[in-house]
Design a protein around this ligand. Structure first.
Ligand code: 5GP
Length: 175
């Protein structure tokens, strides 16, 4: 579609970043283009409404940039899921495996509760490790996952099949 082509045209491929052999998808040209950023926000907000989200989780750090305006447009609250050690209040934590070593994400425990339907938003789905941990975190907080929406899915990294069990039938939308 037109929106898809507009979004794709504003994503820059940066070779060998952050390390040799990696082709990094840079979304800063999209953020700098108000027409593209607004079209992305609209498309994500439509998904949140369609799936009945009552809260929006953004994944640090680029997920914050996308999820915050979506939450405002959809008329629901924004909840940050952050890397360990950044949130000041009482948190729930979830660790997950990286290619080398481990990572941990956290959410404020009081931000999610039974009855919430949470849409998770991030910029890029790569291996799916970050997204998988966020789904576990949301359910451990007692909330329900409404779905996962990303700007871009790097299909060759196998994130979608890896996430399949954790999605428990909820949608994974890649614009
Ligand atoms: P995963 O856990 O799926 O392997 O990695 C996803 C996380 O890494 C996302 O939060 C995403 O922001 C970041 N990421 C991985 N590769 C890229 C990339 O090529 N471009 C951007 N913008 N983010 C990436």
């Amino acid at each position: 579609t037109d929106v898809k082509e507009l979004l794709l045209s504003r994503i820059r491929d940066v070779p060998d970043y952050p390390q040799p052999g990696v082709m990094f998808k840079d979304i800063t040209p999209l953020l700098a283009d108000p027409t593209a950023f607004s079209a992305l926000t609209d498309a994500l907000a439509d998904l949140c409404v369609r799936y009945g989200a009552t809260k929006i989780v953004g994944l640090e750090a680029r997920g914050f940039i996308l999820a915050a305006p979506v939450a405002v447009r959809a008329g629901v609250g924004f909840i940050p899921v952050r890397k360990a050690g950044k949130l000041p209040g009482a948190t729930l934590a979830q660790s997950y495996e990286l290619e080398y070593g481990q990572a941990e994400i956290e959410v404020h425990a009081e931000d999610l509760a039974v009855g919430d339907r949470v849409m998770v938003i991030d910029d890029v789905l790569a291996t799916g490790g970050t997204a998988e941990a966020s789904l576990q975190l949301i359910r451990r907080a007692g909330a329900e996952v409404a779905g996962l929406a990303v700007l871009m899915e790097l299909g060759f990294l196998g994130g979608r099949p890896r996430l399949e069990p954790a999605l428990e039938g909820t949608p994974l939308e890649a614009l």
